[in-house]
Design a protein around this ligand. Sequence first.
Ligand code: ADP
Ligand code: MG
Length: 239
Amino acid sequence: MIELNEVTKSYARGAEELQILRGITLHIAEGDFVAIIGPSGSGKSTLMNTIGLLDSPTSGSYTLDGVATEKMSDNGLAELRNRKIGFIFQQFNLLPRLTATENVELPMIYAGIPAKQRREQAQRMLEKLGMGERGHHKPSELSGGQQQRVAIARALAISPSLILADEPTGALDSKTGIEVLELIKELNQQGNTIVLITHDHHIAVNAKRVVTLRDGEIISDLRNEMQLTPERKLEGALS
Ligand code: ADP
Ligand code: MG
């Protein structure tokens, strides 16, 4: 689904060139759940923005669902992004003046879905996230965990082929963070492809594959044999 080949990203700082991504080759299959872990400043958000088509590489190639993105126009990239990718952010990024339902409807507006269908789909998504009764609330009337549920409902609204989550539990207390992580795991079990960015090992171990970034390079890429499936958790509880 995702094919990044030798992707670099650099910025000019005066006469210097700052290399943020230094030749990232990363292939992610449909249905996978990949954590990208690395210390602050290692390039995680830059990589996520690249995968999310919010930013384009300086060099290298990126193919998403068979579509080569390098030569596409900004409009073409926006259209592809709106159709294929759902985003979840650390600070939720809900629009404060809109209700929960209206926030969930936003990506469907971009996708050109008619109003009645949008409203129904938004309600379905909120129900799926346990927020069916909160559609008329503004973000400020919701707890952090509830706001992140709304943000996840919004990410799911267009049935994206890919969900990108950048530190999705970073602004939540640990109990609420675990709940949100469990939701993300469930989405993966239902077939959603997930890329989760984190600086925290305890969070990364929830993924099926853990890619470690250091100074803009991938320094390890491991299948996580320890990912706890519900069955294994049950075995653990019984033994
Ligand atoms: P992480 O998410 O792992 O903390 P980032 O991808 O946000 O890392 O940033 C990696 C490095 O790139 C940092 O040193 C940051 O200052 C730099 N950087 C990010 N965006 C820009 C930009 N637009 N211009 C210049 N430098 C940037
Ligand atoms: Mg970051």
